[in-house]
Structures are given as structure tokens and as C-alpha cells.
Ligand binder design. Structure first.
Ligand SMILES: Nc1ncnc2c1ncn2[C@@H]1O[C@H](COP(=O)(O)OP(=O)(O)OP(=O)(O)O)[C@@H](O)[C@H]1O
Ligand SMILES: [Mg+2]
Length: 358
């Protein structure tokens, strides 16, 4: 009996899951996170009342994808009535915490005691803001792997911060508030203010933490490419998500070169063979996931028009029709991408060896 090809996966399941509130899109650098999250937000906008896409990558590129400038307040995407975009920098200073130097000192003290607390607090502030805005669904274009996972740990970081302030307060009691007064901080900026701030955020944190761990409300879409490094990183990402109890059941494999009888190019054929090896491994490792394959295009996917056109591959499996001219352009694209990958791997090596030295 001949093997029946498996039915190809799509991202239709995300569009149909009406209870979803938070959709994270993540993966290694350059694999297509921004492209995929932008397209998901466009598709969701056609089935939901309102959609917000947020980039938490300090190297923002929603502006590139949509060819429109965005800021840290939600802005309507041109051509839409219910799709908003914003770019936030999770590493920004806690600028709106207080204008008082004393408070800043105290805060810095706290930031030193609990690594990641400042980042966690600005992320929490942002989530608090977004929560009040009542979007039907929020899509995150996240930064490359490590960073995203750090942000997802933020609730426990903040809880530690709260516990720390509490213990300081209990330990030093009146002395603590005397000191804050001594250093010129009025009641508005004293320890009660910090406590209040953290306590106020605690509710949001608990609520969001609960939502992030609820597979009806939150899912993480992993984007990758059919290459060794990406397979390896995806496995690490999936394991971490499992550890944090965050649902993930979609993998997008981007930049796939599809076998086409008309293609005679040796370069493309060799590339396809290499990709097939990793595709097989993805299907083997993630047989309980929806795996969506996206074709490598000869050109970039920028602008709403291009994103919309590419979005069809999110809903129906790819069928290729390749012309001679397209093969040539694909070849050039593959060469350019190989170069980019080589540079990225070298960079990664440099970062790794740099870290080991510390
Ligand atoms: N299937 C594809 N075919 C051709 N070009 C693509 C494809 N997918 C993405 N691109 C292009 O590749 C580049 C990188 O994609 P994208 O910005 O979505 O990746 P990213 O994972 O967000 O990268 P970064 O980690 O730098 O944020 C973009 O210029 C995008 O237009
Ligand atoms: Mg990006």
C-alpha cells in the first residue's frame, strides 16, 4: 500500500478559537516572526471585533512590515478599521514610576536586588494598559527566543519584588518610612507608594498570569525554518513553554522550497533535499502540532498588499506554480539567505564565546 500524504496543517485553528485573547509569535532571529505575526493580526481582524499587534522586540520591525510608523500608543493600521499596532521597548527605564530622586534610588535598589524587576514592571504596566483597552485579541511579535522567555517569567519576578518590599517593611517598620521621609520623599513617594504600585500591579499580574496559563486564552505560535539550528532552537522553545505551562500547538515552518517537477536548478534541488531532512524531523517530533509550511518567496514580504497576498498560505496549504524566471529569483534569494544564516551563526558563536569568558 502506498503512503498517504498527511493532511497539511494551516493556521485556521487560531482564527477559529474564539476564546483566544493572547497570541504570542516567537522564534529565532530572522525566521519570519514579524511577517507571521503581522499576517495573523490581519487575518484575525477579519473575524474579530478589534485586534492589537504589539512588538516587544527592541529592534522594532512592525513599521517595516506594514510600511507605516508606529509608536508606544496603539495606532490604527492604514486601510483597517479594527487593527491597531504598537511598538514597546521592554527595556525602557521606569520613567513614569516617579519624578523623585529618592524614589528612583529606592527603585534602583530594588532593581539591583531582583534582576529583571524593572523590565518586568514596564511589561506589567504595558499589559495593564492593554487590559483596560478591551481588544478582542492581542498578538505579540516577540523578540528572538531568550528575551521572550524572560518576559514570560515576569509574574514570578514581580512577586519576588513584592515579597522583598514587604519583608523590608516588616523588618524596619517605622525606620523605613522615617528614612524615606528623611531623604526628601513625601508620603506620595514613600514605601507605601512603592508597595501600592506593586500591589496594584499584583492584581494585573495574577490575572494575566492566570490567562497566560489558560490554553483557551493564550497560545504561542513557534516560527522556524527547515534547518538544523532552527529545529534545535524550536525544541528548546517548546520545552521552555511547557515548563512555564504556556500552550503551544502551532509551528510555522517558513522559507520552504517546494518540490516542483519543472525545477531543474541544481542549487534549489540540493536545498530542497537538505530541507526535506529537517522537515521530516519536524513532523516526527511534533506529530501532535499543527504544522504550517510557508513557501520561500523570491522577494521580501512587506506592505499590507504583500502581507495580504501571502496570508492565503495561512489558510490553505501551498500549491506551487513555478516559472523559469521565478526559479532564477529563488536561486538568488537562497544564496542571499545562506549568506545571512552564515553571518547569524557566526554572530551567535561570537556571543556564546563572549559569554563564556565572563
Ligand atoms: N517566506 C518568505 N519568503 C521571502 N521572504 C520572506 C519570507 N518570510 C519572511 N521574509 C522576509 O525576510 C525578512 C525577515 O523576516 P521577518 O522580519 O518577518 O523575520 P523576524 O523573525 O521578525 O526577524 P527579526 O528576528 O530580525 O525580528 C523580511 O524582510 C521578510 O519580508
Ligand atoms: Mg521581527
Amino acid at each position: 500500500m502506498e503512503d498517504q500524504p498527511l493532511p497539511e496543517g494551516t493556521l485556521q485553528n487560531i482564527l477559529e478559537q474564539e476564546t483566544l485573547k493572547w497570541v504570542f509569535v516567537g522564534g529565532k532571529g530572522g525566521v519570519g516572526k514579524t511577517t507571521c505575526s503581522s499576517i495573523l493580526s490581519i487575518l484575525l481582524a477579519s473575524v474579530r471585533s478589534s485586534v492589537l499587534i504589539i512588538s516587544t522586540d527592541p529592534a522594532h520591525n512592525l513599521s517595516d512590515a506594514f510600511q507605516q510608523r508606529f509608536t508606544k500608543t496603539p495606532t490604527l493600521v492604514n486601510g483597517f478599521s479594527n487593527l491597531y499596532a504598537m511598538e514597546v521597548d521592554p527595556t525602557v527605564e521606569h520613567e513614569d514610576m516617579s519624578s523623585s530622586d529618592g524614589m528612583d534610588n529606592l527603585f534602583n535598589e530594588l532593581a539591583g536586588a531582583i534582576p529583571g524587576i524593572d523590565e518586568a514592571m514596564s511589561f506589567a504596566e504595558m499589559l495593564k494598559l492593554v487590559q483596560t483597552m478591551d481588544y478582542s485579541v492581542i498578538v505579540f511579535d516577540t523578540a528572538p527566543t531568550g528575551h521572550t522567555l524572560r518576559l514570560l517569567q515576569f509574574p514570578s519576578v514581580l512577586e519576588k519584588g513584592l515579597a522583598k518590599v514587604m519583608s523590608l517593611k516588616n523588618k524596619f517598620g517605622g525606620l523605613f518610612s522615617q528614612m524615606t521621609r528623611m531623604f526628601g520623599m513625601g508620603d506620595d513617594f514613600g514605601e507605601d507608594a512603592i508597595l501600592g504600585k506593586l500591589e496594584g500591579m499584583k492584581d494585573v499580574i495574577e490575572q494575566v498570569n492566570m490567562q497566560f496559563k489558560d490554553p483557551d486564552m493564550t497560545t504561542f505560535v513557534c516560527v522556524c525554518i527547515p534547518e538544523f539550528l532552527s529545529l534545535y532552537e524550536t525544541e528548546r522553545l517548546v520545552q521552555e513553554l511547557t515548563k512555564f505551562e504556556i500552550d503551544t500547538h502551532n509551528i510555522i515552518i517558513n522559507q520552504v522550497i517546494f518540490d516542483d517537477e519543472d525545477v531543474e536548478s541544481k542549487l534549489l534541488k540540493a536545498r530542497m533535499k537538505m530541507q526535506q531532512k529537517y522537515l521530516d524531523q519536524f513532523y516526527m517530533l511534533y506529530d501532535d502540532f499543527n504544522i504550517t509550511k510557508l513557501p520561500l518567496l523570491p522577494q521580501e514580504v512587506t506592505g499590507v498588499e504583500a502581507l495580504r497576498s501571502f496570508s492565503r498560505h495561512f489558510k490553505t496549504p501551498y500549491e506551487s506554480i513555478c516559472s523559469k524566471d521565478q526559479v532564477e529569483r529563488l536561486e538568488n534569494r537562497v544564496t542571499a539567505l545562506q549568506q545571512q544564516l552564515k553571518e547569524a551563526e557566526e554572530e551567535l558563536e561570537r556571543v556564546k564565546t563572549g559569554k563564556n569568558k565572563d
